[in-house]
Design a protein around this ligand. Sequence first.
Ligand code: XMP
Length: 495
Amino acid sequence: MESNESEPFSEKLRVPEALTFDDVLLRPKESRVEPDAADVSTKVTKNVDLQIPILSAAMDTVTEAGMAIGMAREGGLGVLHRNMDTAAMEASIIQVKRADELVIRRENVVTASPDQTVDDVDAMMEQKGVSGAPVVDDDDTVLGIISGTDIRPYLEVGENDEVREAMTDEVVTAAEDVSARDALELMYDHKIERVPIVDDEDRLVGLLTMQGILARRENENAARDADGRLRVGAAVGPFEEERAVAADEAGADVLFIDCAHAHNLNVLDSAEAITESVDADVVVGNVGTKEAAEACVDFADGIKVGIGPGSICTTRVVSGAGMPQITAVAEVADVASQQDVPVIADGGIRYSGDAIKAIAAGADAVMLGSYFAGTDEAPGRVITMNGKKYKQYRGMGSVGAMQSGGGERYLKEENDEDYVPEGVEAATPYTGTLASELHQLVGGMQSGMGYVGAETIPGFKRRAEFVRVSAAGQTEGHPHDVMITDEAPNYSPNE
Ligand code: XMP
């Protein structure tokens, strides 16, 4: 939208106000909602539901397969970064998809052959970390099963005996469509821990283990697709249609068009073309205004908001452009909610209170980078500086990340010295497990829902109201006039 040419320049200074997290607080309201009863399940795209409204950022110091598996097990979604080539991305998607599969597929089942020696099989099982293996002949017909109990010394099996002599040959198998419940019953009835899955001709197609079934029960809230596999997101560049199709075919549930300024019309054209060539849902981002939302709301399955709020971002200082995040989320949500397109608030979230404020402003879910970069599940190793532990965290528009291939999100040049970075490289305190970080984050968000008196995310979005906070109010809101002696798990004064 061009401004009126005859308009005096000084009119530009009659500017609307735009607010961010610290400018507002949730107005406490009458409530009967106990925080732990607040339901935080949400929609992250038109067709994908999550148990918790949380995504890990598509950054090379935040989300690779390990983080994506951890996020999905906890009910959220990890978005794989795009500083890896297409083959590595496909492998990562497949790794997440297979992580919690109920049936271990044939190619991943450790098997023994009947003429191997007992000693050999024992060493193989130890090396592969399994305690038993189906015994199959050359055409994969299941002949028996061998486990630690078959080859214990007191059974008088010689180490050079063949597996066919030591194995249990009355093997209980199941068909491919067996349910977890029936498989578990079979295991209890026969006092066994694994059931080979076979086709009509008794050929091995997979393996079900008691351990696998019980692990699945532990993660009841996990984000799963219709086949029970963990959900995963993948970031793709706006002009990377081939990569998008590869991610889709590898099984990604949601593709994230990864662009610092998605209101670029070439980006939007390409994003729209990508939505037409894939089955997965497509989130378009990042945007920060209602005009940008209007430009993509008809074809996007989700819209991601954030122009420069991130902890490692320098977009606003480098380019002079940006939108304070609470206002950006609200503007986009005004448009997106009309068409039931979910909104994701991406960047700038330091505390659980920020996350729930973003939801109050109209977001359906939040994406965080720095909050998760210090966890065990984030890529990279722990470094120690001055006796404290840290992990690396860098912007995808930093020189280091652009050198590793991430520059397309920003303005990448051929030569390193020509880069105009929009992010910095940093270190973030090591914080331990993802599960404990998420526990604090989700617990704090539920607490916000309790103060507002809302039991569900949609209800909270309608009921929440903001009050404006002065600079004095901000100071009052943090611990003050004391010296903190013990660190709280959810508050750091340096953030
Ligand atoms: P937080 O605050 O959670 O932000 O650490 C993560 C989000 O920041 C964005 N991002 C960047 N923005 N320059 C930017 O302006 C960068 O180099 C950069 N790298 C990441 C991204 O949206 C991420 O999810």
